[in-house]
Design a protein around this ligand. Sequence first.
Ligand code: NAD
Length: 446
Amino acid sequence: MQVVNPATEEPIAELERAGVEEADAAVARAKAAFPAWRAVTPSDRARLLRRLATLVEENGEELAQIETRNVGKPISDSRGEVGMVADVFHFYAGAVDKHHGETIPVAGGVNMTFREPLGVVGLIVPWNFPLNISSWKLGPALACGNTVVLKPAELTPLSALRLAELALEAGIPEGVVNVVAGKGSIVGRRLVEHPDVAKIGFTGSTEVGRSVMEGAAATIKRVTLELGGKSANLIFADADLEAAAAAAPYAVFGNAGQDCCARSRILVERSAYDRFLELLVEATRSLKVGDPADESTEMGPLISAQQREKVASFVGGEPLFRGDAPDGRGFWFPCTLVEASNDDRVAREEVFGPVAAVIRFADEDDAIRLANDTPYGLSGSIWTENGARALRVARAIDTGVLSINANSSVRVQTPFGGFKQSGFGRELGMHALEGYSEIKNVFVAT
Ligand code: NAD
């Protein structure tokens, strides 16, 4: 299987594509490693995760370069993401012995609960944040005492393969972390169906998530699904319009729009629409698109020719604004703003590229109605200087992750995940540990 740099279309690696046999072998290794791994003392397991975090820091530049070459991310973004990966392992190193059971008052004895690991877990990740999303799953899975088989996306396997080497170097025993690079429909599917896999932690499209959920039914596998989004960026007339407009392009064009949290519906209160649009166009124009290896680049190419074709299909007619992008080789697409109604395809479907729909709303009720008028519910933002309104609207919007006067969704310490067809289960923070452990209740008669 050939791995390509999306900024140049040059091949950067050749790998053997794994199939069912390799997936089965990885599950068998993980199963064999499980009893010893679950028995590692909490402080030793924490120490191993901390060592992995330190190795990620020490090899951070190499990992960032891999990610930039394989995904086309600006190098400054890749460095930030690798920093987060280290923080994730530091966090879950600290969480190992803070995720514990309880005693519950009952008649006739003592009742206690334990948090047991699930066994072998299958982790299936997409191509847009390969290393980051791998760590969000690996951290809590390993902290709880599970062993794992990680399947990176076919387009972007390189950083996960390097991370598995670092896990071994950290002293995490052989068989605990296994990476299998192959096709989703073959290796991914096999993990979903495998009777020895206890859970699937999946991040990807809603369409594939649905098939994962169906496939998991046969073995009553646990699943957590982190799926697509169509998030709203609500700009009220009483907001700091300059700040909101300066931030909005990064919230949708970051990672070339290939972000499940992309605020790809920019909803603007009618009375502030013209002023805001002027500021938004200005801010979008100044976003620097180009060579991902350049330190000052803010947006790189799309992941593939196929993705570019899909993104282009959302732009019909003359957009409100179209930015510049390099010509020639590489899967480039310019930042694009289109005026839309919430019923247009560009406002209903996940574009997963640098195309934002700008939509007017009349008042607070209309804003909430439009924000919720989508099958998705992942993230979103609310820009207003009225604190009561900010909280009122935040409570009324059906999404898992919201920010007020900011556009960031993801923090190591806080729960991340969706409502509605954006999936279920939470990653990051202490909440993620729930998805990688089972509660056991034990009663002792006294
Ligand atoms: P995808 O659903 O095509 O693939 C995701 C992963 O699933 C890949 O590893 C793929 O090989 C595997 N896969 C494909 N078919 C499979 C099958 N039949 N059985 C098991 N596994 C299979 O998604 P993608 O195109 O790689 O990523 C983009 C999508 O991911 C977008 O919809 C985006 O919103 C979503 N995403 C969600 C989050 C989140 O946290 N909610 C984060 C990042 C990306």
